[in-house]
Design a protein around this ligand. Structure first.
Ligand code: NDP
Length: 501
C-alpha cells in the first residue's frame, strides 16, 4: 500500500507526553513511547551510575556470563526481534534477519574478547626503567550515553552498546524517534538477565532527548547519525569535556578495475547500493568503472537493478524509505543529476513514489552534482567511467566523507585498497568488513572519528590505566637528586651507544 507518512511521528498527549512509532509501510502505529524530558534523562544517568559500579564489579567473567545469556535470549526471540525491526523501519524480513544475525555475532565477540583485550597485562619496562615492573589495563569509563539512528536500529547502536557493556560500563541509550521500540526491546531483554540494577536503560523521545544525553554528565557519548547532528553533539559535549565517538554518514565508492570480475562487481554494486533501500551509512553510492569494462558493467547493473522492486510484503526485494523527509533528499539529488546532463539507465524521477523509491541508476553525471557529492541514502547508484583504477582512486578520495569503500580487482585489490582514504575497504566483495566483529568500524573526515567493533571498539569505552612497580634499586637512577654527574654521564653514554647508530 502506498501512502505518505507524516514528516515526524505524531505526539500523543495523555498527561505524560508520548509519541507513536509508525510502520512506514502502512502508517499504522507500532507502539507508543514516552517523551523523556531533560530531567528524566539526567535521572536515568544518575541511577545508571550506581548500576555501573555493580556491573564493573562483576568482572570480565561475570559480565560475559550475563552477556552470553542476553545473546541466547535474543536468539530465542529472533522472530519477534526481526518483526519489530521490520515494523519500525519497513525493511524486508531478510534485511531485518541479516541485521539481527550481525547483532548476535558482534555481541558474542565483544563478550568473548573483552577480557583478552582490556584485562591487565605486563608491558616491557624498557632500558632506563629496567628495575620496574610495568602493567596496563583498560578500565570502564562509567556511564556511556549512546545516541542511535533508525536505519539499523539494532546493529548500529549495538556496535556501541555491546562493546561498552562488555568493557564494564552502564549504558543509557536514546534510540531514533522512528525506532524507539527496537531500543526498548533490547533493553527489556537485557533486564531479564541482569535484573539487579538498570545497567542498560533506554530513554525515548525526539532530538531534545538526545541533546539531554549530551548534558547529562555521562562519561562518554557514542553518537551515530548524520554529520550535521554529529557536529551539534560534539559542540554540546565540549562544554563539559565529555568525550565523543562520532559515527556519521558516508558517500562510499566502489571501484571496478580493468582486471575485475565484472559480473561479481555488478552484483555487489547492485546489492550494496540497493539493499535496505540504500539506507546504509556504508552502502555503495558512487561507482567508478575502468573504461575497458564500463559498457559490460553498466549492462549487467541495468539488467539486475531493473528487476528489483520495493514493497511492504515481507519478501519484497527491499522496503520503503523509513524517514519520510529523506524522500525529498533522494528526489533532489536525482533531479540535480538529470538537470546537469546525467542520464538514468534504470528508473528516474518517476521512481520516487513515497514511501517507496524504486532502483535508480544514473550515468554521465558531472562530479559537482549533489548526487555525487552528498549522501543520498536511497536505492540509487551513480556510475562514472574512468580511464583506469588510478583515476578511480583519485576520485574516490575527492570528498570530505571517508567511511568505507569497495574495490574489485583480480590482481591489484589490496594495493588499491591501501590508497583509499577511509576507515574500511572490502576487496572483491561488498561491506564484508562490517560483518567481521574483530575489525574496527568508523570513518575519517565528515564520516566522523572513533571506532566501534573490534579491539579498538572495546578500548573506545575505557581509559588506559598504567602502573609501574619498583622491583629493586637501580645502579644508575636518574630520578633522584642524589644521581650525581657520574650517573648521568653513564646514562648518556649508554643512550648514545644504543640509540645513536
Ligand atoms: P540524525 O542525525 O537525524 O539522528 C541521529 C540520532 O541523533 C537520533 O537518535 C536523533 O534523535 C538524535 N538527535 C537529533 N538531534 C539531536 C541533538 N541536537 N543532540 C543529540 N541527539 C540528537 O540521523 P538519522 O537518525 O537520520 O540517521 C541517518 C544517518 O546516520 C545517516 O547520515 C547515516 O549515514 C548515519 N549512520 C552512520 C553510521 C555509521 O556507523 N557511520 C551507521 C548508521 C547510520 P531523533 O531521531 O529523535 O531526532
Amino acid at each position: 500500500m502506498t501512502q505518505t507518512a507524516p514528516a515526524q511521528p505524531p505526539r500523543v498527549d495523555d498527561g505524560q507526553a508520548r509519541f507513536a512509532s509508525l510502520d512506514p509501510r502502512t502508517g499504522e502505529v507500532v507502539g507508543h513511547h514516552v517523551v523523556h524530558t531533560e530531567a528524566d534523562v539526567h535521572e536515568a544517568v544518575r541511577v545508571a551510575r550506581s548500576a555501573a559500579a555493580f556491573w564493573s564489579d562483576l568482572g570480565f567473567d561475570g559480565r560475559k556470563a550475563r552477556l552470553d545469556a542476553w545473546r541466547r535470549l535474543l536468539v530465542k526471540r529472533l522472530d519477534e526481534f526481526q518483526a519489530l525491526i521490520s515494523a519500525e523501519t519497513g525493511k524486508s524480513a531478510d534485511d531485518a534477519r541479516t541485521e539481527v544475525a550481525l547483532v548476535i555475532d558482534h555481541l558474542h565477540w565483544a563478550a568473548k574478547s573483552a577480557s583478552k583485550v582490556l584485562g591487565k597485562r605486563k608491558v616491557s619496562s624498557g632500558l632506563l626503567m629496567y628495575n620496574h615492573a610495568a602493567s596496563l589495563e583498560y578500565r570502564p569509563l562509567g556511564v556511556v550515553g549512546v545516541i542511535g539512528p533508525w536505519n539499523y536500529p539494532a546493529f548500529t547502536p549495538m556496535g556501541s552498546i555491546a562493546y561498552a557493556l562488555a568493557a564494564g560500563n552502564a549504558v543509557v541509550f536514546k534510540p531514533s524517534e522512528y525506532t524507539p521500540g527496537v531500543g526498548e526491546f533490547l533493553s527489556a531483554a537485557f533486564g531479564e538477565v541482569v535484573p539487579e540494577f538498570p545497567v542498560f536503560t533506554v530513554v525515548t523521545g525526539f532530538g531534545e532527548t538526545g541533546a539531554a544525553v549530551c548534558s547529562s554528565g555521562v562519561d562518554k557519548v557514542a553518537f551515530t547519525g548524520s554529520t550535521v547532528t554529529g557536529k551539534k553533539v560534539m559542540a554540546a559535549c565540549a562544554g563539559s569535556l565529555t568525550p565523543v565517538l562520532v559515527e556519521c554518514g558516508g558517500k562510499d565508492p566502489l571501484i571496478v578495475a580493468e582486471d575485475a570480475d565484472v559480473r561479481s562487481a555488478a552484483e555487489s554494486a547492485v546489492w550494496g547500493g540497493i539493499f535496505n533501500a540504500g539506507q546504509t551509512c556504508a552502502g555503495v553510492e558512487r561507482v567508478y568503472v575502468a573504461a575497458a569494462v564500463y559498457d559490460e558493467f553498466v549492462r549487467l547493473v541495468t539488467e539486475r537493478a531493473s528487476k528489483l522492486r520495493p514493497g511492504g510484503e515481507p519478501d519484497a526485494d527491499f522496503g520503503p524509505i523509513t524517514m519520510p523527509r529523506q524522500v525529498d533528499v533522494i528526489a533532489s539529488h536525482v533531479a540535480d543529476a538529470l538537470d546537469r546532463g546525467g542520464r538514468a539507465v534504470v528508473g528516474g524521477l518517476e521512481s520516487v513514489r513515497p514511501p517507496y523509491v524504486e532502483p535508480i541508476v544514473l550515468v554521465d553525471v558531472p562530479d559537482e552534482s549533489t548526487a555525487v557529492t552528498e549522501e543520498t541514502f536511497g536505492p540509487t547508484l551513480v556510475i562514472r567511467k574512468v580511464a583506469d583504477a588510478d583515476e578511480a582512486v583519485r576520485l574516490a578520495n575527492s570528498l570530505r566523507y571517508g567511511l568505507g569503500a569497495t574495490v574489485f580487482s583480480r590482481n591489484r585489490g589490496e594495493e588499491l585498497a591501501a590508497r583509499l582514504r577511509c576507515g574500511m575497504v572490502s576487496v572483491n566483495a561488498v561491506l564484508a568488513y562490517a560483518s567481521v566483529p574483530g575489525l574496527p568500524f568508523g570513518g575519517v573526515g565528515d564520516s566522523g572519528f572513533g571506532r566501534i567493533h573490534g579491539e579498538d571498539g572495546l578500548r573506545e569505552f575505557t581509559y588506559a590505566h598504567a602502573v609501574t612497580r619498583k622491583r629493586f634499586g637501580a645502579l644508575l637512577d636518574p630520578m633522584t637528586y642524589d644521581r650525581g654527574s657520574r650517573t648521568m654521564k653513564h646514562i648518556i653514554r649508554l643512550v648514545r651507544l644504543l640509540y645513536g647508530r
